[in-house]
Design a protein around this ligand. Structure first.
Ligand SMILES: Cc1ncc(C[n+]2csc(CCOP(=O)(O)OP(=O)(O)O)c2C)c(N)n1
Length: 526
């Protein structure tokens, strides 16, 4: 119990028992009678197993029980070390959530963040239930060991409600006053259905959204979200997150910045927050505060910067893949786009067309996998019944090439597969991997470019095929645009050969301040 003694317990009471089964049922009684969560702490081994009956009861009766079990570090498991067994997941589906805490924690905020996510289960916004936290320890847990301090943090964060969870019924009674916080709304995939209507009525808010969200598709978001956050993010005072943004580092940093007021709108326990700095989680759409006129003015600056970026990008030498994406989006004939993961969806984001033409973009951002993209697009095409354009990298294409298959006697679908062929996975080239690995290591283990005759492959599956090289030249661009505008039926593979040598620099150029002299110098003079 040393950790409990060390913790900031507030008005939390501590009881002791010698039998874990009895302790767990005692805790259950406390929790049921008080309606408040009760934590039970025990050593490793069979001690944990003794909690199962009480956990089962807590599950079926929606009682907030928090089982905190001590464990040995992973290297001692399954080695014959004393008092070790398989504690991970021991309660199976009887707990709402299981957290396995390693012996070494590099940043205590991560532990606090996990506890804050657990608090969802006893916040009152959903049916409560038991959770299990399994904590590994190296050495003995003495009153003054380093790990005791960590456990103290765990206990302290269990004792405080770090996040305010706001449910629908609470919202109706609470009225927001006008406030003057410079606010950015960030929308990721999995956003609520009626968000567009909410944002249509919200004035003075800067709205940023990832491609594929309803807000992006319907043109409600500012273009160039990554660039804008990089340039102006420091001025933001409040962030409101809808859905699960996953696409870019600037946005990830913004929504995890503890210096800003952070609100999340999510009905899920795994609401997006990595660093434990969220203050409020709304489990249904909140009525947004009205913003003071000075905030409206501040938001105008974001709009002006977006316009400036848009003007400048028309004159910037874009990398082949980015250029192809831009031409694809600008083509009047592009109505529905399926974007593969990796760079293509980021190119869509970077080039800044927010789909104001009503272009519809579909992405699979739930897991951001590169798998199944062609099959997925065929599914989308079968529903929308018009030509669908798929934007994907070569590895993504090859991963799912077998989905080009059509049954005997069946026509290929009305699908344009725009294959950005930069000979392998190039996303890592613009990240640390690219900077750290030698060219040989990068090509072999990260890029993994394959030797493929795409023309022959297209022919084998009965798809039409066109190849475009040197997209930097006007001729090649016109050829590509002509292909996009052609009146055709059936499936086509539009193979764009991309030069990837300077991709890192080309992407970095997109992040310059459009008002700076330096940036102006990088523009093409027509
Ligand atoms: C199923 C699956 N396997 C592996 C990954 C990891 N991964 C992310 S991006 C990427 C490379 C994709 O290469 P490519 O399709 O050529 O696109 P590029 O990076 O060149 O834009 C890989 C392997 C993943 N996201 N999904």
């Amino acid at each position: 119990m040393a950790e409990l003694e060390a913790a900031q317990l507030g008005d939390t009471q501590v009881h002791t028992r010698i039998d874990e089964r009895s302790a767990a049922f005692f805790a259950l009684g406390l929790a049921k009678a008080s309606g408040r969560p009760v934590a039970i702490f025990m050593t490793s081994g069979t001690a944990v197993g003794h909690c199962l009956p009480a956990v089962m009861e807590a599950h079926h009766s929606n009682t907030p029980l928090v089982v905190v079990s001590a464990d040995r570090p992973w290297e001692m498991l399954e080695t014959g070390a004393s008092q070790t067994t398989r504690q991970a997941g021991i309660f199976g589906s009887f707990v709402r959530r299981f957290v396995d805490v390693p012996a070494q924690i590099t940043d205590i905020r991560h532990l606090i963040n996990q506890v804050q996510h657990l608090q969802y289960w006893w916040s009152g916004v959903t049916k409560p239930g038991p959770v299990h936290v399994n904590m590994a320890f190296t050495g003995s847990l003495t009153p003054h060991s380093e790990r005791t301090a960590t456990t103290g943090e765990l206990v302290a964060s269990l004792c405080q409600q770090g996040v305010e969870f706001v449910a629908d019924r609470q919202m109706r009674t609470s009225t927001f006053v006008v406030d003057a916080l410079r606010t950015v709304v960030v929308v990721g995939n999995g956003e609520p259905d009626y968000l567009v209507q909410t944002l249509a009525q919200a004035e003075g808010y800067v709205v940023l959204a990832e491609p594929g969200t309803s807000v992006w598709n319907q043109g409600y978001a500012l273009p160039f979200e990554q660039q804008l956050v990089t340039l102006l993010g420091a001025e933001v005072e409040r962030v409101i997150v809808y859905g699960r943004p996953t696409l870019s580092r600037p946005l990830t940093q913004l929504i995890n910045d503890g210096e800003k007021v952070q609100w999340v709108v999510s009905e899920r326990a795994d609401y997006p927050q990595l660093s434990g700095c969220v203050q409020r989680v709304f489990t249904s759409l909140p009525v947004l505060p009205q913003l003071d006129a000075c905030v409206h003015e501040w938001a105008l600056k974001w709009h002006e910067t977006a316009v400036k970026l848009s003007e400048s990008y028309g004159r910037l030498s874009l990398a082949d893949g980015v250029k192809a994406t831009q031409l694809l989006v600008q083509a009047e004939t592009t109505e529905v786009v399926v974007s593969g993961a990796s760079n293509p969806v980021r190119y869509l984001d970077l080039i800044g067309d927010t789909g104001s033409r009503g272009m519809q973009v579909f992405t699979n951002r739930g897991q951001a996998g590169i798998d199944g993209t062609i099959a997925f697009a065929r599914g989308v095409q079968a529903v929308v019944g018009k030509r669908v354009r798929v934007l994907l990298g070569d590895v993504t294409f090859l991963h799912d090439a077998s989905s080009l298959l059509c049954a005997a006697g069946q026509d290929t679908p009305d699908l344009d597969i725009v294959l950005l062929d930069d000979c392998g996975g190039r996303i890592f080239q613009s990240l640390e991997h690219g900077a750290d690995a030698s060219v040989e290591v990068y090509e072999r283990f990260f890029a993994m470019g394959q030797n493929v005759d795409y023309r022959a492959l297209a022919q084998a599956y009965g798809w039409q095929y066109q190849c475009f090289t040197g997209l930097q030249t006007g001729d090649s661009q016109s050829e590509f645009v002509a292909a996009l505008e052609a009146d055709v039926t059936g499936g086509r593979i539009l193979h764009v050969v991309c030069d990837h040598a300077d991709i890192r620099e080309a992407i970095r150029d997109l992040f310059q301040n459009p008002f700076s002299e330096n940036f102006q110098k990088t523009l093409r003079v027509d």
